[in-house]
Design a protein around this ligand. Structure first.
Ligand SMILES: Nc1ncnc2c1ncn2[C@@H]1O[C@H](COP(=O)(O)OP(=O)(O)OP(=O)(O)O)[C@@H](O)[C@H]1O
Length: 683
């Protein structure tokens, strides 16, 4: 057996389970070993209720006060009871486990393990695990990994599969020099992989995690540096002379570019003036006006007779850019042809698009990942604009190099990272910062409230709609989900429709809808035919509807701060006063404190820094920032100090041995090659 063996070479994994593993991106044993847990259940000593101040599962010893009740709702069986813990009552609900009635009787004491919530001043626990005290004693202090799953695949199946592999192999060869490991107290590689999946205690887990985080950063930075070296030597085959159309557009815009936008535009122009291949990152807070800079760069390219492309993370956003660009080019009579290329086009539409791209019948191609698929042949692509989620890494550059020439690259990012980190993480790119928002913008007014505030919020929303404004409402879930106590867009929309006058058009949007439906909803929202859009976080990145003035975020406690900041950035993009209402459905002090940070500031950098302070380093289970340079295990904020160390080591190594030729460094080189082949490296 080898790590490159297929997942179904394991015992107990047949065709059906194999496909479930495929769904979460696990094809080979190697993928499985690098599929790290998203969390761990830690069975700590049962705590007294008054000491519990966390949103993590805990164990409590409870006396069953009432016989279990069974209620059937459709196909769902709800089993409820109340337990008494230190003179306080907790309402317990299980789902579809009617047999519990036989073993859990009133007057008996058990250990209940689960999350404690508070609903209408009553403490609740949904679907807790139950143990006798003896059983719990045995389990105490053990840790169980929790993996991200897909419907049909259980945590246990993943655990069993991983254990099979771990039991069989001395999996990997250590490749990191002893010197580096000792200096930074890094655990051995095999130990780290083993322990991340089967930790014996928290101390070992922290060690294992540190090693894997270091590796992830180390290899990532090493690759970036190599890439930078390679790029610096490249001469661009595209000579892009200055064109008048960009200045004409700038003059015709309904607004003045901010000083920051002008500065960044100059930096881009300088790259074009030089003979090198541009690799530039434009970093700017939400709504700072990065898009117009991208458009101006595209115009310069097109007016030099070449093609440019804009690649974004979602179809909804691709369509938005496509439409606003087409309109802008028509309005200003720029004679530029734009085409949309996304996964949801029909085969026929795709074929037509490929043809037009190949014959240079179109100038600008806007789309999702579909843009870099094999079948797309560009006639003359000179500029690729992408966002940080689609890091335009080695592989993509290679694809383009194979397809022809090396285009200029512009990466856009709204991630607020301090400059020192940005320099490391985007080491291959020159950085431009749009550090200013348009002057006439009014700062967003924020409030963090609990669920009792909803009626007031709805009255406020109604008034805003009467003023012709529009509203986003964000819910974490698409539909009601077993065991998850959070708002969902489908029921929420129904509820709002009943509460608000029928003249107000309320619709919902979520990621599981078909592409066509999503487009239709977004188009209607853009035209103000829909006034209230109840949505999941599909609207998170880039969506631009300047007339929207309110965003209400339900279960705000469930989101990371960076994500909330992104969501909030959907309003305050026009001249209207905008508002962000964060509904905190938990009553935990720590969480509210976190949300308070958003209340204090609209500045992404400030928020990221405060968040970091609050979480403190080494907080293994902090909410990971989503959407930022997706590392498998590392978190750029939380692990900032390891990132620095890894960067220092890389610099040292490359300074001493640029081609990684010494015996020690050759092993590192081999590891990179191996991981690249296994697609296990974040490039
Ligand atoms: N200098 C300016 N003055 C006034 N409005 C501007 C200016 N620059 C851009 N805008 C407008 O501000 C809005 C937000 O700009 P844009 O969509 O480019 O933001 P962004 O930086 O891409 O933000 P996000 O990261 O949230 O997508 C748009 O409606 C745009 O037309």
């Amino acid at each position: 057996m080898k790590v490159t063996d297929s997942i179904d070479s394991l015992k107990g994994i047949g065709e059906k389970t194999k496909l479930l593993f495929y769904k979460i991106g696990i094809y080979q044993l190697n993928d499985l070993l690098h599929y790290y847990p998203r969390d761990y259940e830690i069975y700590k000593e049962p705590s007294p209720l008054k000491d519990i101040d966390t949103d993590r599962p805990v164990a409590v010893i409870g006396l069953i006060e009432k016989e279990l009740q069974i209620k059937t709702i459709g196909r769902l069986k709800l089993i409820t009871t109340t337990i008494k813990v230190d003179d306080e009552k907790i309402k317990i609900t299980w789902f579809n486990m009617p047999y519990l009635k036989n073993s859990l009787k009133s007057g008996m004491k058990f250990v209940f393990y689960g999350k404690i919530n508070e609903k209408k001043k009553m403490k609740t626990m949904d679907h807790p695990q139950i143990f006798t005290r003896e059983e719990y004693q045995k389990k105490m202090f053990s840790m169980q990994p929790v993996y991200s799953l897909t419907a049909g695949l259980t945590n246990n199946v993943v655990i069993k599969a991983i254990k099979q592999v771990l039991n069989q192999y001395e999996i990997y060869q250590e490749y990191l020099p002893e010197r580096i490991r000792t200096k930074h107290q890094l655990a051995e590689y095999n130990f780290a992989i083993q322990t991340i999946h089967v930790p014996l205690n928290e101390e070992e887990l922290i060690l294992a995690r540190k090693r894997l985080v270091f590796d992830e950063f180390f290899l990532f930075i090493l690759n970036l540096q190599k890439m930078k070296e390679a790029c610096e030597k490249l001469k661009s085959p595209f000579h892009l002379k200055y064109v008048d159309e960009t200045i004409q557009l700038e003059r015709a815009l309904p607004y003045q570019l901010t000083a920051a936008q002008k500065r960044v535009w100059n930096e881009i122009q300088k790259d074009f003036d030089s003979s090198k291949v541009m690799s530039r990152l434009i970093q700017g807070d939400v709504g700072s006006g990065k898009t117009i800079l991208a458009i101006m760069a595209l115009i310069r390219v097109v007016k030099n007779g070449f093609q440019g492309s804009l690649m974004v993370p979602t179809e909804v956003l691709a369509r938005q850019h496509y439409e606003s660009m087409t309109k802008m080019f028509n309005d200003y009579n720029l004679q530029i042809k734009v085409i949309l290329l996304t996964g949801s086009l029909t085969l026929k539409e795709k074929r037509e698009a490929y043809q037009k791209i190949k014959s240079q019948d179109v100038d600008i191609i806007v789309g999702t990942h579909a843009l870099i698929q094999e079948k797309v042949e560009y006639a003359n692509l000179a500029l690729v604009i992408t966002d940080e989620q689609h890091r335009f890494g080695v592989r993509q550059r290679e694809i383009f190099a194979q397809k022809g020439k090396m285009p200029h690259i512009l990466v856009m990012s709204a991630t607020p990272i301090p400059r020192t980190l940005a320099i490391i993480l985007y080491g291959d790119l020159d950085i431009s910062i749009v550090d200013e928002v348009p002057a006439e913008r009014l700062p967003i007014k924020n409030c963090v409230v609990n669920t009792e505030y909803r009626p007031t919020a709805y009255r406020f929303i109604q008034k805003e709609v009467e003023k012709n404004r529009q509203v986003y409402i964000i819910c974490p879930l698409v539909e009601e989900s077993e065991g998850l106590d959070a708002e969902n867009v489908i029921d929420y929309t129904k509820k709002l429709k009943n509460l608000l006058p029928s003249a107000i058009n309320i619709e919902y949007l979520h990621g599981r809808m078909k592409g066509k439906e999503k487009n239709e909803i977004m188009e209607r929202f853009l035209k103000n035919e829909i006034q209230i859009l109840v949505s999941t976080t599909v609207i998170e990145v880039g969506i631009n509807v300047p007339n929207a003035s309110v965003i209400l975020i339900e279960n705000a406690e469930r989101f990371g701060l960076a994500q909330l900041h992104q969501l909030r950035g959907r309003v305050g993009r026009g001249a209207h006063q905008s508002f962000c209402i964060l509904i905190d459905s938990s009553s935990k002090k720590g969480i509210t404190k976190r949300l308070e940070i958003l209340n204090q500031s609209n500045d992404g950098f400030f928020i990221a820094n405060e968040d970091l302070k609050l979480r403190g380093p080494g907080d293994l289970f902090g909410k990971r920032q989503s959407g930022i340079l997706e590392f498998k295990i590392a978190d750029i904020y939380q692990d900032a100090s390891i990132l620095q160390l890894a960067a220092e080591e890389v610099n040292q190594i490359l300074q001493d041995d640029p081609n990684l030729e010494t015996e020690e460094n050759r092993q590192i080189k081999e590891q990179i090659e191996k991981l690249k082949n296994l697609e296990q490296i974040n490039l």
